[in-house]
Design a protein around this ligand. Structure first.
Ligand code: BES
Ligand code: MN
Ligand code: ZN
Length: 511
C-alpha cells in the first residue's frame, strides 16, 4: 500500500479455460449444463442450442418447468438436479425472454455464470448458431464470472476450471474468430474493472503508469504495443498546465502515458484519450462526503482506452492506434489549484479555472492537444466527465458528442458491442458560454448548471484542432453502485472497452 507497506499491483490470472465445441448438451459430462428458456406464446420453451436436453426430458419437461415456476423471463435462473436424465448432474435454466438476440444471450450467460457456484466444468448450450451469438455466450459467461477478490482473505475459487461453449458452427472459421474475440474482449473488460476497483490509495498516477508499463513488459515484443511515460518534470517542459494544475496538491505527481500500436499495412490512424483521475476529491471545490469514495472510479476512461489498445493489438486489427492516458490525483492542500487560477494548456491556450471539481476537462485538454500533434484520422476521448450526463441519461447509458460522422460510427460500434450510448448535442450556445471569461482564452466553468455535460464537450472540442472527434461521457455506466446484473458486475464495469474495439475494427476497414 502506498501509505505503509507497498502492494504491487498485480492481479491473479484467470483460472478458467474456454473451448468451443460442436457436441450434444444431453451427452455432456460437465458438472453443469446451461440451457436457455424463451417465453413462447404457449408457455416457456427450451431455446435453440438446448433441444437435445428437451428431447431427453421428453414429455416430462413441460410439467417440470411448470412445477419449478420457470417462465423464461430475462434475469431468471433455476438450477435443477437431472437425476440421470442427461449426462450432466445439474441443469441451469436461464431466462432469455422472447426472440433472444446477442444482447439477451450475453446477459443470460452472465446470469448463468453467477448462479454456477460449485462446478469444476460447465457446458454452455445457449443459442450459438451464428458467430455473433458465439461471441455473446463466451463473453457474457466470462464477464459474469468476474470477481474482485484482491482485498479479501482468500477462500476457495468458485470459478470453474473448464467452460465449453457448444455451437453447431463450432468448426467454422468465423465462429472460431468470434469465440477468440469474446475471450479477448472479456479479458480487456476484466482488466479495466480491476483497475477501477483498486482502492485509490493503491492506484495513484505513478503506480498506475507503472502497472501499465508492467503489462507492456510482460507482453514483450510480440505484444506489439510500446509505451512512453512522461513524468512531472517532462510535463512541465511540455507546458502541460492542465495535468500539473489538477495534480498540484497530490504528493503522487501526474503522469501522461502514451501507448502505440503500429501494425504493418495500417491505412488509418486512431487516437484514444482517457481521463485518469485516480481520485477526485473535487480539490478546493470539495465534493460532499457521502459518495466521495466512488470517485476512485474517476480513472475509468483511462483504464478503458488502455485495455482497449491491448485488445486491438491482440486481435491484430490493421489500424494504427496511439493512446493517451492522462493521470492525476485531484486533492487539496497548500499547493492546490485555486478557483480563479489561470492555467496554460499544452500548446498555449489559457483557461480560467472557476471550479476545481471540473478537473477532467483540464487533463484531457493537454492530452487532446498531444494527440492532435500526431495528426490522427480521428480522436475518441473517454471520460467520467460530468454528473450532468448521469442526470440526463441515467447510470446505464453513456453520452456521445462530437462530429456527426464520428458520433454515428461510435453508435454503430456500440450496437455491435452491446453497450448503450446515446447522442447528445453541442449547442451553439455552449460555444458562447466557454468564452465568457474576461481574462483568459477559455472559461473552464460558468456556474450555470443546465447542460453541464454539453458545456464540457464544447470545451474539449477547442483542443481537437478541427480533427474528426467524439467525446464519450461514461460518468454513469462506468461504476455500478448496485448489485450485479447480467454480464455487468458490481463496481467497475469496464464500459466503453468493447465499443472502442468495434470502432477500431470498422475504422480499419473503412478506407
Ligand atoms: N468525476 C466527476 C464527474 C462524475 C460524477 C463522475 C458522477 C461519476 C459520477 C467530475 O470531475 C466532476 O466533478 N464534475 C462536476 C463538474 C461540475 C463542477 C461542472 C459535476 O458533474 O458535478
Ligand atoms: Mn471533479
Ligand atoms: Zn472527475
Amino acid at each position: 500500500m502506498e501509505h505503509g507497506g507497498s502492494r504491487v499491483l498485480t492481479y491473479p490470472a484467470p483460472v478458467t479455460s474456454y473451448s468451443l465445441r460442436n457436441a450434444s448438451p444431453a451427452k455432456s459430462r460437465a458438472d453443469a449444463v446451461v440451457v436457455g428458456v424463451v417465453t413462447g406464446s404457449s408457455g416457456p420453451a427450451i431455446a435453440p442450442g438446448g433441444q437435445d436436453v428437451a428431447k431427453a426430458y421428453g414429455r416430462k419437461l413441460a410439467p417440470l418447468l411448470s412445477a419449478l415456476g420457470v417462465t423464461g423471463k430475462p434475469g431468471e435462473t433455476v438450477k435443477v438436479p437431472t437425476s440421470g436424465t442427461i449426462g450432466s448432474p445439474m441443469l441451469v435454466l436461464v431466462g432469455l425472454g422472447k426472440d433472444p438476440d446477442h444482447l439477451a444471450v450475453r446477459r443470460a450467460a452472465g446470469n448463468a455464470a453467477r448462479s454456477v457456484t460449485n462446478a469444476a466444468s460447465v457446458a454452455i448450450a445457449l443459442p450459438a448458431d451464428t458467430p455473433e451469438l458465439v461471441r455473446a455466450a463466451t463473453e457474457g459467461y466470462a464477464l459474469g464470472s468476474y470477481s474482485f477478490t484482491t482485498y479479501k482473505a482468500s477462500g476457495p475459487s468458485t470459478s470453474p476450471g473448464e467452460v465449453v461453449v457448444l455451437s453447431s458452427v463450432a468448426r467454422k472459421k468465423d465462429a472460431i474468430a468470434a469465440f477468440e474475440e469474446g475471450k479477448v474482449i472479456a479479458g480487456a473488460v476484466a482488466r479495466t474493472r480491476d483497475f477501477v476497483n483498486t482502492p485509490p490509495n493503491d492506484l495513484r498516477p505513478p503506480g498506475f503508469a507503472d502497472a501499465i508499463a508492467e503489462i507492456v513488459k510482460e507482453r514483450g515484443r510480440g505484444g506489439k504495443v510500446t509505451i512512453q511515460v512522461l513524468d512531472e518534470t517532462q510535463l512541465a517542459e511540455l507546458g502541460c498546465g492542465g495535468l500539473l494544475g489538477v495534480g498540484s496538491a497530490s504528493d503522487a505527481p501526474p503522469r501522461l502515458v502514451t501507448l502505440t500500436y503500429t501494425p504493418k499495412g495500417a491505412k488509418r490512424h486512431l487516437a484514444l484519450v482517457g481521463k485518469g483521475i485516480t481520485f477526485d476529491s473535487g480539490g478546493l471545490s470539495i465534493k460532499p462526503a457521502a459518495s466521495m469514495h466512488e470517485m476512485k472510479s474517476d480513472m475509468a476512461g483511462a483504464a478503458a482506452v488502455v485495455s482497449a489498445t491491448f485488445a486491438i493489438a491482440d486481435l491484430g486489427l490493421p489500424v494504427q492506434v496511439t493512446t493517451y492516458a492522462a493521470l492525476a490525483e485531484n486533492m487539496l492542500g497548500g499547493s492546490a489549484m485555486r478557483p480563479g487560477d489561470v492555467i496554460t494548456i499544452h500548446g498555449g491556450t489559457t483557461v480560467e479555472v472557476l471550479n476545481t471539481d471540473a478537473e477532467g476537462r483540464l487533463v484531457l485538454a493537454d492530452a487532446l492537444v498531444m494527440a492532435t500533434e500526431q495528426k490522427p484520422d480521428a480522436i475518441l476521448d473517454v471520460a467520467t466527465l460530468t454528473g450532468a450526463m448521469v442526470v440526463a441519461l441515467g447510470d446505464k447509458i453513456s453520452g456521445v458528442m462530437g462530429g456527426d460522422d464520428v458520433v454515428a460510427d461510435v453508435l454503430s460500434a456500440s450496437a455491435t458491442a452491446g453497450e448503450d450510448f446515446w447522442p447528445m448535442p453541442i449547442p451553439e450556445q455552449m460555444s458562447e458560454r466557454i468564452h465568457t471569461t474576461k481574462i483568459a482564452d477559455l472559461s473552464q466553468h460558468d456556474w450555470i448548471r443546465w447542460g453541464g455535460g454539453l458545456f464540457a464537450a464544447a470545451f474539449l472540442r477547442e483542443f481537437t484542432a478541427g480533427l474528426p472527434w467524439a467525446h464519450l461521457d461514461i460518468a454513469g455506466p462506468s461504476f455500478n453502485s448496485g448489485g450485479p446484473a447480467g454480464h455487468v458486475s458490481s463496481g467497475g464495469t469496464g464500459v466503453a472497452v468493447s465499443t472502442l474495439v468495434e470502432f477500431a475494427r470498422a475504422f480499419a476497414d473503412d478506407k
